[in-house]
Design a protein around this ligand. Structure first.
Ligand SMILES: [Zn+2]
Ligand SMILES: [Zn+2]
Length: 384
């Protein structure tokens, strides 16, 4: 070690996560897909397919996958809403069955990812390559990581989190593998239950979660922040229970939604809203529409700044005039939005609804202006 010289030490300091290989993780992440996909296929080929098998897979996929997306991610890591202890215990139990370590470990790493995205300290830094961000980062012990979880004092103060941190491996074995085995046994086929609800489900949730760190930083559009690698992509959202609108999420991590429009595929958002409807979730945090629009406009303009600078002067003036009008609409939208919040808090009349509607009209007008500006720029003849 000492003879490897200062180069090695320097290299390690410069590239986080280049520590020793973690053979337990390597073995687990290699064997679970083999057993889960090949093993399940061969076993089912020999012993027959029954309806309860895919139903068990889907049921466990939803319970465990949602505990990661709506639980580990949107509740514990980002506190985008308040959840009742019953919901927290559910997320803690089923989240542990995902074989993605404890809430404390997961959320602490995830907060580091947000803070240092695309830089050395980012544990799943996409700049180190697609496969590194997808899963290779788990293959190494991170010798630089903070085992005191100093960035998560709120989680350390949560007894459910600390209890789960202590017992997550036991829950994984008893719940993640034992529970589907028992359900399979009830149908007379414990091994079929273990394979479909245990191994195959673990492999699927592993890789769909990993897609958020790889694909969602790789394909799609940087709609809300052109300076970081996070992307919005509906196909990734379909694969990941709604986590594919990742540009929005990195820009507004405190928002309980990832897909903010009603038509965007975000089952985790729908679950959180359903929990609110039955009184199990409160204080769902949402970004004000003018703020969302401002981020979107800034990101779009930033991508074409050079072209505006190089455009013929008359066109550049037209484009800038339209952008200024868009900015003015946004300022009006912000003022009306603040007014609607005050009117709503006073609770004396329903005038806030009209004020909110007017704010939204300004948001739409703003979008029309800046989009037209970009269209003018795109259709203008290029000068050599
Ligand atoms: Zn990310
Ligand atoms: Zn996040």
């Amino acid at each position: 070690m000492h003879t490897t010289g200062s180069n090695r030490r320097l290299q390690r300091r410069c590239s986080i996560n280049s520590g020793k290989k973690d053979w337990v993780n390597i073995g687990f992440l290699t064997l679970t897909p083999i057993i889960g996909v090949v093993g399940t296929a061969l076993y089912t080929w020999q012993h027959g397919l029954h309806l309860w098998m895919p139903l068990l897979l889907i049921g466990m996929y939803l319970a465990v996958g949602m505990s990661i997306c709506a639980g580990y991610h949107r509740f514990f890591s980002h506190k985008t809403y308040e959840a009742s202890p019953v919901v927290q215990v559910f997320f803690a139990l089923f989240g542990a069955m995902a074989a993605q370590n404890s809430i404390l470990w997961w959320s602490s790493s995830h907060r580091v990812h947000h803070k240092y995205v695309d830089h050395d300290w980012d544990p799943y830094n996409i700049k180190r390559g697609f496969w590194w961000a997808h899963m290779f980062w788990v293959f190494y012990r991170n010798e630089e990581r903070d085992d005191t979880f100093a960035n998560s004092p709120d989680l350390k103060a949560n007894p459910i989190v600390m209890w789960q941190h202590r017992w997550h491996k036991v829950i994984l074995i008893l719940g993640g593998l034992g529970l589907p085995t028992l359900i399979g046994a009830a149908f007379g086929d414990p091994i079929g239950g273990l394979l479909w609800g245990g191994f195959l489900r673990i492999a699927i949730i592993h890789h769909t979660t990993f897609f958020v760190n790889s694909l969602a930083h790789f394909v799609g559009k940087p709609l809300y922040n052109a300076e970081v690698s996070a992307r919005d992509n509906w196909m990734v959202a379909v694969l990941t229970l709604g986590e594919g609108y990742h540009s929005f999420h990195h820009r507004f991590p405190a928002d309980f939604r990832n897909g903010i429009y009603w038509y965007q595929w975000d089952p985790a958002k729908w679950l959180i809203r359903s929990l609110r409807a039955i009184g199990l979730a409160t204080e769902l945090r949402q970004t004000a529409p003018p703020q969302v629009e401002q981020a979107r406009m800034s990101a779009a303009i930033r991508l074409v700044e050079n072209r505006i600078a190089e455009a013929p002067s008359t066109l550049a003036v037209d484009v800038r005039t339209r952008i200024n009008t868009a900015v003015q609409h946004l300022e009006d939208a912000f003022a009306l939005w603040r007014q609607h919040v005050e009117e709503r808090a006073e609770g004396v009349s329903k005038a806030w609804k009209e004020t909110r509607r007017r704010s939204r009209i300004h948001v739409r007008e703003s979008r029309r202006e800046w989009k037209n500006a970009l269209r003018m720029l795109a259709t203008a003849p290029q000068i050599a």
